[in-house]
Ligand binder design. Structure first.
Ligand code: NDP
Length: 368
């Protein structure tokens, strides 16, 4: 309790000067005692590994609740009905989920299927009049991402991307410090994102379903991280690809890409995205008056890090719990996270992914 109060106090003080950008209550929605406001009623589409993690985390949410499922696997539906008390009338499959438009008990659908399915499925959800929450990467290229943004606008529903780090307390603190000028002018970011991928038959190594390899899955964290750590949008990229196993990593599935990004201020980023090396989950940013190092930087946590002022001590709270409570607040109260999680934010990342693939293929410096 003491530490929670201390942190709340810190956050209140630190929020001075950026009142519009961050409302501390969204961080602590999970620990508030009595919440009587509206509840975001969510159906999860795709009951796989990450969908399962989100469902577990949502059990601790105060503002969001799992009420429905969309799945191609009847046995999973049955198990989720039993475990989460999902009523039969809120269960759908990929053929009939357009009927969700006639279901007044579901507000939003969280799309947690393979990347290559996100665009079509999200647009169908939007057309059914429900808010769309979609996992990263939002799609397999910027063109698809833009179609999703346009469809959600046309349907007058929100499109939110599962950028859980935008709600993570240590990450939020670093962004707050950067916005408050506590690092001085950012100069350089290094992002290392990767792990050794297993089973060669999984959808992540199937171009049609994944849209690419490590970059789509994990490299995107370094892209997004560079943007929120430096606080700028890149104006060029260069990239180099290496492939040691062309059988496992077929044409269009990147194994390892090193890429660089240049920013209007002159700041640069140098990043590594890989499916071939472990222990890569590290961000480093140096600036005129300070630095920050985070390792691990984007895993499920606890995130660890320090700055020139000392260790980051904000508490670990399950990321997906914070994210879903934060998204409920965004939808109902228009409380914005410190950096956006909307479809436009997703398209910005996808444009950079497109440019990195082009740069890796051509060897050119690609202007954004
Ligand atoms: P999984 O393979 O574990 O689950 C995907 C689920 O999608 C399947 O279980 C299946 O559920 C459904 N699905 C529908 N069509 C297909 C198909 N053709 N092939 C395979 N599955 C299908 O993947 P993850 O849960 O790990 O990843 C899903 C999404 O979540 C990806 O976009 C990924 O990038 C993202 N993700 C995000 C993370 C984060 O930290 N933000 C972490 C991990 C993943 P069903 O049987 O119910 O139909």
């Amino acid at each position: 309790m003491g530490s929670r109060r201390n942190f709340l106090e810190k956050l209140t003080v630190s929020a001075i000067g950026i009142p519009l950008l961050y409302n501390s209550t969204s961080l602590f929605a999970a620990t508030e005692s009595a919440y009587e406001g509206p509840m975001l009623r969510v159906a999860i589409m795709g009951l796989g590994s990450y969908g399962t993690r989100v469902a577990e985390a949502m059990q601790s949410c105060k503002r969001a609740k799992l009420v429905g499922v969309i799945s191609g696997t009847p046995s999973k539906v049955e198990a989720w009905q039993a475990k989460y008390g999902v009523p039969k009338k809120n269960c759908y499959n990929y053929e009939n989920f357009d009927k969700i438009k006639d279901n007044p008990d579901i507000d939003a659908v969280y799309v947690i299927t393979p990347n290559g399915l996100h665009c079509e499925q999200s647009i169908r959800v939007a057309k059914a009049g429900k808010h769309v929450i979609c996992e990263k990467p939002m799609a397999i290229n910027a063109e698809e991402g833009q179609k999703m943004v346009d469809a959600c606008k046309a349907a007058n529903v929100k499109l939110l991307i599962g950028y859980r780090m935008h709600f993570e307390p240590k990450t939020v603190e670093v962004i707050r410090m950067r916005k408050a000028g506590e690092f001085g002018k950012p100069k350089f970011f290094q992002g290392l994102s990767g792990f050794v991928i297993g089973d060669p038959s999984q959808w992540r190594l199937n171009k049609k379903l994944s849209g690419g390899g490590a970059m789509m899955d994990i490299g995107i964290y370094s892209i997004n991280g560079a943007r929120y750590m430096l606080g700028e949008e890149p104006i060029w990229v260069t990239a180099q690809e290496t492939k040691t196993d062309p059988v496992k990593f077929k044409e269009g599935i990147d194994e390892t890409i090193q890429f660089q990004m240049g920013f209007p201020s002159g700041a640069v980023a140098s990043c590594l995205s890989t499916y071939a090396m472990n222990n890569l989950d590290r961000f480093f940013m140096t600036a005129e008056d300070g630095y920050v190092e985070m390792w691990p930087s984007t895993g499920y946590g606890p995130i660890e890090g320090s700055t020139h002022k000392g260790k980051l001590t904000q508490p670990h709270i399950t990321h997906q719990t914070l994210q879903m409570d934060g998204m409920a607040q965004l939808i109902f109260e228009n409380v914005q996270p410190i950096v956006p999680v909307d479809g436009e934010e997703g398209v910005k990342d996808m444009k950079i992914v497109d440019a990195i693939f082009k740069a890796a293929k051509t060897g050119d410096k690609i202007a954004l």
